[in-house]
Design a protein around this ligand. Structure first.
Ligand code: BTN
Length: 251
Protein backbone atom coordinates (compact mmCIF):
# COMPACT_ATOMS: atom_id res chain seq x y z
CA UNK A 1 0.00 0.00 0.00
CA UNK A 2 0.96 3.66 0.11
CA UNK A 3 4.03 4.50 2.21
CA UNK A 4 5.13 7.85 3.64
CA UNK A 5 7.48 9.20 0.95
CA UNK A 6 11.09 9.49 2.07
CA UNK A 7 11.89 11.98 -0.68
CA UNK A 8 9.76 14.94 0.42
CA UNK A 9 10.16 17.45 3.24
CA UNK A 10 6.50 17.95 4.11
CA UNK A 11 4.23 16.72 1.33
CA UNK A 12 2.62 13.39 2.25
CA UNK A 13 4.56 13.03 5.52
CA UNK A 14 1.18 12.68 7.18
CA UNK A 15 -0.53 10.26 4.82
CA UNK A 16 -4.06 8.99 5.28
CA UNK A 17 -5.30 6.20 3.00
CA UNK A 18 -9.01 5.51 2.77
CA UNK A 19 -10.35 2.73 0.54
CA UNK A 20 -13.43 4.82 -0.26
CA UNK A 21 -14.85 8.26 0.45
CA UNK A 22 -17.16 10.77 -1.21
CA UNK A 23 -14.37 13.13 -2.18
CA UNK A 24 -10.85 13.46 -0.79
CA UNK A 25 -11.18 17.26 -1.05
CA UNK A 26 -14.33 17.21 1.07
CA UNK A 27 -12.85 14.72 3.56
CA UNK A 28 -9.61 16.67 4.01
CA UNK A 29 -11.51 19.98 4.35
CA UNK A 30 -13.64 18.45 7.10
CA UNK A 31 -10.60 16.95 8.84
CA UNK A 32 -8.68 20.23 8.73
CA UNK A 33 -11.65 22.19 10.06
CA UNK A 34 -11.80 19.85 13.08
CA UNK A 35 -8.11 19.63 13.97
CA UNK A 36 -4.86 21.43 13.29
CA UNK A 37 -3.31 19.12 10.70
CA UNK A 38 0.29 19.58 9.63
CA UNK A 39 0.95 21.20 6.29
CA UNK A 40 1.29 18.58 3.58
CA UNK A 41 -1.24 16.17 5.13
CA UNK A 42 -2.42 13.99 2.27
CA UNK A 43 -5.61 11.98 1.93
CA UNK A 44 -5.64 9.38 -0.81
CA UNK A 45 -8.54 7.13 -1.81
CA UNK A 46 -8.89 4.12 -4.07
CA UNK A 47 -12.42 5.17 -4.86
CA UNK A 48 -14.40 8.39 -4.65
CA UNK A 49 -18.15 8.03 -4.79
CA UNK A 50 -18.74 11.74 -5.39
CA UNK A 51 -15.48 13.09 -6.82
CA UNK A 52 -15.70 16.78 -7.62
CA UNK A 53 -14.23 18.73 -10.52
CA UNK A 54 -13.98 22.37 -11.44
CA UNK A 55 -17.05 24.42 -12.35
CA UNK A 56 -19.28 22.09 -10.28
CA UNK A 57 -18.51 19.09 -12.51
CA UNK A 58 -18.15 15.50 -11.31
CA UNK A 59 -14.82 13.70 -11.33
CA UNK A 60 -15.37 10.05 -12.20
CA UNK A 61 -12.52 7.54 -12.03
CA UNK A 62 -12.48 3.73 -11.96
CA UNK A 63 -11.68 2.39 -8.46
CA UNK A 64 -8.04 1.53 -7.76
CA UNK A 65 -6.80 2.59 -11.20
CA UNK A 66 -5.88 6.23 -10.80
CA UNK A 67 -4.61 8.88 -8.42
CA UNK A 68 -7.37 10.63 -6.52
CA UNK A 69 -5.87 12.51 -3.60
CA UNK A 70 -5.86 15.83 -1.80
CA UNK A 71 -3.28 17.60 0.33
CA UNK A 72 -3.27 20.52 2.69
CA UNK A 73 -1.25 23.70 2.22
CA UNK A 74 -0.95 26.63 4.59
CA UNK A 75 0.47 29.35 2.37
CA UNK A 76 2.19 31.95 4.49
CA UNK A 77 1.01 35.46 3.72
CA UNK A 78 -0.26 34.71 0.22
CA UNK A 79 -2.97 37.23 -0.61
CA UNK A 80 -6.21 35.65 -1.77
CA UNK A 81 -6.05 37.80 -4.90
CA UNK A 82 -2.79 36.04 -5.82
CA UNK A 83 -4.05 32.49 -5.33
CA UNK A 84 -3.43 31.70 -8.98
CA UNK A 85 0.28 31.52 -8.17
CA UNK A 86 -0.47 28.20 -6.46
CA UNK A 87 -2.33 26.93 -9.53
CA UNK A 88 0.69 27.71 -11.68
CA UNK A 89 3.20 26.08 -9.32
CA UNK A 90 1.11 22.93 -8.93
CA UNK A 91 0.29 22.61 -12.63
CA UNK A 92 4.03 22.79 -13.31
CA UNK A 93 4.59 20.09 -10.68
CA UNK A 94 2.24 17.66 -12.44
CA UNK A 95 3.75 18.62 -15.77
CA UNK A 96 7.26 17.90 -14.42
CA UNK A 97 6.17 14.45 -13.26
CA UNK A 98 4.70 13.64 -16.69
CA UNK A 99 7.81 14.98 -18.42
CA UNK A 100 9.88 12.55 -16.33
CA UNK A 101 7.72 9.77 -17.76
CA UNK A 102 8.91 10.94 -21.19
CA UNK A 103 5.44 12.04 -22.27
CA UNK A 104 5.45 14.50 -25.16
CA UNK A 105 2.85 17.04 -26.31
CA UNK A 106 2.14 18.12 -22.73
CA UNK A 107 0.06 21.26 -22.25
CA UNK A 108 -1.60 23.09 -19.38
CA UNK A 109 -5.13 24.10 -20.24
CA UNK A 110 -6.07 27.16 -18.24
CA UNK A 111 -6.75 27.23 -15.42
CA UNK A 112 -5.21 23.88 -14.45
CA UNK A 113 -6.00 20.87 -16.59
CA UNK A 114 -3.08 18.91 -17.92
CA UNK A 115 -3.39 17.62 -21.47
CA UNK A 116 -1.46 15.20 -23.63
CA UNK A 117 -2.11 16.52 -27.11
CA UNK A 118 -5.81 17.40 -26.97
CA UNK A 119 -6.70 14.83 -24.30
CA UNK A 120 -7.00 15.45 -20.58
CA UNK A 121 -4.86 13.33 -18.27
CA UNK A 122 -5.11 15.32 -15.04
CA UNK A 123 -7.29 17.90 -13.34
CA UNK A 124 -6.63 19.98 -10.23
CA UNK A 125 -9.21 21.34 -7.85
CA UNK A 126 -7.78 23.91 -5.43
CA UNK A 127 -10.13 25.10 -2.71
CA UNK A 128 -8.99 27.95 -0.48
CA UNK A 129 -10.20 29.04 2.93
CA UNK A 130 -9.53 32.72 3.51
CA UNK A 131 -8.63 34.67 6.62
CA UNK A 132 -9.16 38.32 5.80
CA UNK A 133 -7.27 39.07 2.60
CA UNK A 134 -4.94 36.08 3.01
CA UNK A 135 -5.25 32.36 2.25
CA UNK A 136 -5.45 30.49 5.55
CA UNK A 137 -5.35 27.02 4.01
CA UNK A 138 -5.69 25.37 0.64
CA UNK A 139 -6.96 21.92 -0.14
CA UNK A 140 -5.36 20.78 -3.38
CA UNK A 141 -7.15 17.90 -5.11
CA UNK A 142 -5.47 15.99 -7.88
CA UNK A 143 -7.14 13.52 -10.21
CA UNK A 144 -4.55 11.89 -12.46
CA UNK A 145 -5.51 9.10 -14.84
CA UNK A 146 -2.90 6.37 -14.46
CA UNK A 147 -4.01 2.82 -15.30
CA UNK A 148 -7.55 3.34 -16.57
CA UNK A 149 -7.77 2.57 -20.27
CA UNK A 150 -11.44 3.05 -21.09
CA UNK A 151 -13.17 6.36 -20.58
CA UNK A 152 -16.72 7.54 -21.16
CA UNK A 153 -15.24 10.63 -22.82
CA UNK A 154 -13.08 10.43 -25.90
CA UNK A 155 -11.32 13.54 -24.68
CA UNK A 156 -9.60 11.71 -21.76
CA UNK A 157 -6.36 9.79 -21.65
CA UNK A 158 -4.11 8.12 -19.06
CA UNK A 159 -0.48 7.25 -18.47
CA UNK A 160 -1.23 3.63 -19.43
CA UNK A 161 -2.75 4.68 -22.75
CA UNK A 162 0.16 7.00 -23.52
CA UNK A 163 2.96 4.64 -22.39
CA UNK A 164 1.32 1.34 -23.37
CA UNK A 165 2.06 -0.11 -19.95
CA UNK A 166 0.59 0.04 -16.47
CA UNK A 167 2.28 1.80 -13.55
CA UNK A 168 2.44 0.79 -9.90
CA UNK A 169 0.50 3.51 -8.07
CA UNK A 170 2.33 3.34 -4.69
CA UNK A 171 5.66 3.50 -6.53
CA UNK A 172 4.61 6.54 -8.55
CA UNK A 173 3.17 8.61 -5.69
CA UNK A 174 6.54 9.72 -4.22
CA UNK A 175 7.75 10.75 -7.69
CA UNK A 176 4.69 12.91 -8.25
CA UNK A 177 4.83 14.41 -4.75
CA UNK A 178 8.51 15.25 -5.17
CA UNK A 179 7.75 17.26 -8.31
CA UNK A 180 4.83 19.04 -6.66
CA UNK A 181 6.84 19.89 -3.55
CA UNK A 182 9.80 21.13 -5.59
CA UNK A 183 7.50 23.63 -7.34
CA UNK A 184 5.92 24.71 -4.06
CA UNK A 185 9.35 25.35 -2.54
CA UNK A 186 10.37 27.25 -5.66
CA UNK A 187 7.24 29.39 -5.28
CA UNK A 188 8.07 29.92 -1.62
CA UNK A 189 11.54 31.14 -2.63
CA UNK A 190 9.86 33.74 -4.84
CA UNK A 191 10.53 32.33 -8.34
CA UNK A 192 7.30 33.85 -9.55
CA UNK A 193 8.23 35.31 -12.91
CA UNK A 194 10.12 32.14 -13.85
CA UNK A 195 7.11 29.98 -12.99
CA UNK A 196 4.76 32.26 -14.90
CA UNK A 197 7.00 32.15 -17.95
CA UNK A 198 7.09 28.34 -17.84
CA UNK A 199 3.34 28.21 -17.35
CA UNK A 200 2.79 30.38 -20.41
CA UNK A 201 5.29 28.34 -22.46
CA UNK A 202 3.13 25.27 -21.87
CA UNK A 203 -0.25 26.97 -22.01
CA UNK A 204 -2.71 25.37 -24.42
CA UNK A 205 -3.70 27.81 -27.14
CA UNK A 206 -1.19 30.46 -26.11
CA UNK A 207 -0.77 33.04 -28.87
CA UNK A 208 -2.88 30.97 -31.27
CA UNK A 209 -6.18 31.92 -32.88
CA UNK A 210 -8.93 29.90 -31.16
CA UNK A 211 -12.70 29.96 -30.86
CA UNK A 212 -14.08 30.66 -27.39
CA UNK A 213 -17.52 30.87 -25.82
CA UNK A 214 -18.20 33.62 -23.29
CA UNK A 215 -21.29 35.39 -21.97
CA UNK A 216 -21.33 37.59 -25.06
CA UNK A 217 -21.29 34.58 -27.43
CA UNK A 218 -18.77 32.78 -29.63
CA UNK A 219 -15.71 34.63 -30.81
CA UNK A 220 -12.24 34.08 -32.18
CA UNK A 221 -9.32 35.38 -30.21
CA UNK A 222 -5.86 34.58 -28.99
CA UNK A 223 -4.66 33.99 -25.41
CA UNK A 224 -1.97 36.55 -24.67
CA UNK A 225 -1.44 35.94 -20.96
CA UNK A 226 -2.85 35.37 -17.49
CA UNK A 227 -3.26 38.27 -15.07
CA UNK A 228 -1.84 38.30 -11.50
CA UNK A 229 -5.33 37.37 -10.33
CA UNK A 230 -5.42 34.39 -12.70
CA UNK A 231 -7.81 35.88 -15.23
CA UNK A 232 -7.30 34.70 -18.80
CA UNK A 233 -6.21 37.53 -21.08
CA UNK A 234 -7.60 37.14 -24.58
CA UNK A 235 -7.08 39.52 -27.47
CA UNK A 236 -9.94 39.71 -29.94
CA UNK A 237 -10.54 42.32 -32.63
CA UNK A 238 -7.69 44.43 -31.29
CA UNK A 239 -9.22 44.50 -27.78
CA UNK A 240 -7.79 42.92 -24.63
CA UNK A 241 -10.39 41.11 -22.51
CA UNK A 242 -10.03 39.45 -19.11
CA UNK A 243 -12.05 36.38 -18.12
CA UNK A 244 -12.56 34.51 -14.83
CA UNK A 245 -12.86 30.71 -14.65
CA UNK A 246 -16.64 30.61 -14.99
CA UNK A 247 -16.69 33.21 -17.75
CA UNK A 248 -15.01 31.56 -20.75
CA UNK A 249 -14.48 28.17 -22.34
CA UNK A 250 -12.89 26.86 -25.50
CA UNK A 251 -15.61 26.29 -28.12
C1 BTN B 1 -11.17 19.04 -12.81
O1 BTN B 1 -10.45 18.80 -13.76
O2 BTN B 1 -12.32 19.42 -12.99
C2 BTN B 1 -10.61 18.89 -11.43
C3 BTN B 1 -10.66 17.46 -11.01
C4 BTN B 1 -10.14 17.23 -9.62
C5 BTN B 1 -10.37 15.81 -9.17
C6 BTN B 1 -9.69 15.51 -7.88
S1 BTN B 1 -9.72 13.79 -7.50
C7 BTN B 1 -9.15 14.12 -5.89
C8 BTN B 1 -9.85 15.37 -5.42
N1 BTN B 1 -11.12 15.06 -4.82
C9 BTN B 1 -12.15 15.52 -5.53
O3 BTN B 1 -13.34 15.38 -5.24
N2 BTN B 1 -11.70 16.18 -6.59
C10 BTN B 1 -10.26 16.19 -6.65
Amino acid sequence: MYKIPAETLFLGKNLVFVPECHSTNTLLSEMSAKSDLPEGTLVIADHQTAGRGQRGNQWVAQPGQNFTFSFLLKPKALAASLQFQLNMALSLGVLGYLQQKQLGRLRIKWPNDILVGDKKICGLLIENTLRGIFIDRSVVGIGLNVNQTDFALNSATSLALELNRPSVLPGELPLLLQQLEARLLEHHRGCLSQQKEEYLQHLYGYQQARTFVAGHGKFTGSIVGVSHEGRLQVEANGQLRHYGVQEIAFA
